[in-house]
Design a protein around this ligand. Structure first.
Ligand SMILES: Cc1cc2nc3c(=O)[nH]c(=O)nc-3n(C[C@H](O)[C@H](O)[C@H](O)COP(=O)(O)O)c2cc1C
Length: 320
């Protein structure tokens, strides 16, 4: 019964993985995709996307982070996978679901779902290139326009030797439209013997119970739900009420501090606003803060507003 944090390019970066895994409940992360085209990438490239590689492949909280590769050239993907394995990755995941037009134009991501034999070749080559003790896993959507090849793709992934398959229960054409088609997770799970991880639209502990019931899968991957409700994984595991805003705010401050230390200063405010924009779904206070900071572009001023808010909350909690 594992909870896996979804790869989310531009959203679940190393800083977010750090905060969410320290909050607890997450057993495993998959990092955002690294795009492989026609050459062997450098160690530096992998370390910049997945800095956890320099920490034994784990977040500071000790949660393993698998490296995700995206591409269509089986030989090149396999070579890169071997390099990633030599860097100490605790697992390698292959992306068969990305809907981004640039990626799809170059034959990677969701377009591969039209060609199960090609998927098989990629998985088989990667599995051969990576030492047996390191899991090679795959993540797929249900298809491009429809789900007619979903079972073929799942079988191809299994026959290629993958250790596990995560299914985001939507086609590319579905985009992110609610609801995800959980019933397809059951069809796929019944078709293959490898472990299937259920993914799509888990926002509450109740959703987690339902997706497991409908799909029959014991492991679940959570994406946006973990960004909107950062303690979702912990609550799924241990129950309890959602963490109040006053408790969450210091984590937000911590995240912002880490982002500021890492990215170019002009990008830091955008990352914080993005998270606040999503937190609004669960915390009205985040919405108010988002509104206050809407036009703020200065990363230092933004940090001061956040810290000021923390002080106010701290004072309110400290008895006179
Ligand atoms: C902003 C964003 C970026 C994403 N990036 C990736 C990615 O790099 N690799 C991948 O396999 N899936 C990616 N996904 C898909 C998620 O991993 C997940 O399958 C999807 O969001 C459905 O899960 P959820 O409803 O729990 O969010 C991304 C999703 C979002 C919203």
């Amino acid at each position: 019964m594992r909870l896996i944090l979804a790869p989310m390019e531009g959203l679940a970066d190393e800083d977010m993985r750090d905060v969410l895994t320290r909050l607890g409940g997450i057993d495993l992360c998959v990092a955002e995709f690294v795009r492989v085209t026609h050459h062997l990438l450098t160690e530096r490239k992998f370390l910049s996307t997945v800095p956890e590689l320099a920490n034994g492949g784990c977040t500071r909280a000790g949660v393993p982070v698998r490296v995700q590769l995206l591409g269509s050239d089986a030989v090149c993907l396999a070579e890169n996978a071997a390099l990633v394995a030599s860097l100490g990755a605790p697992g390698i995941d292959l992306n068969f679901g990305c809907p981004a037009p640039t990626v799809n134009r170059h034959g990677g991501g969701a377009v591969l779902l039209q060609y199960p034999e090609h998927i098989h070749a990629i998985v088989a080559a990667t599995r051969r290139a990576v030492p047996r003790h390191i899991p090679v896993t795959a993540k797929m959507r249900l298809g491009l326009e429809d789900a007619s090849l979903a079972l073929d793709c799942a079988r191809a992934i299994e026959a290629g030797g993958a250790d596990e398959l995560t299914v985001h229960a939507r086609t590319k054409a579905d985009g992110y439209r609610f609801p995800a088609r959980w019933e397809w997770l059951a069809h796929i799970r019944e078709e293959v013997k490898l472990p299937v991880v259920a993914n799509g639209d888990v926002y509450t502990p109740r959703d987690w119970e339902e997706i497991r019931q409908v799909s029959g899968c014991s492991d679940v991957m959570i994406g946006r739900g973990a960004i909107i409700s950062p303690d979702l994984a912990r609550r799924i595991k241990t129950g309890g009420e959602p963490m109040p805003w006053a408790e969450l705010l210091p984590w937000v401050v911590d995240y912002y501090g880490r982002v500021r230390a890492r990215v170019e200063p002009r990008y830091a405010p955008g990352r914080l606003k993005q998270w606040l924009g999503m937190l609004r779904g669960a915390y009205p206070e985040a919405g108010e803060l988002h509104q206050t900071l809407r036009t703020e572009r200065d990363p230092v001023a933004m940090g001061k507003v956040l810290e000021g808010l923390c002080q106010i909350i701290l004072r309110a909690k400290t008895p006179l």
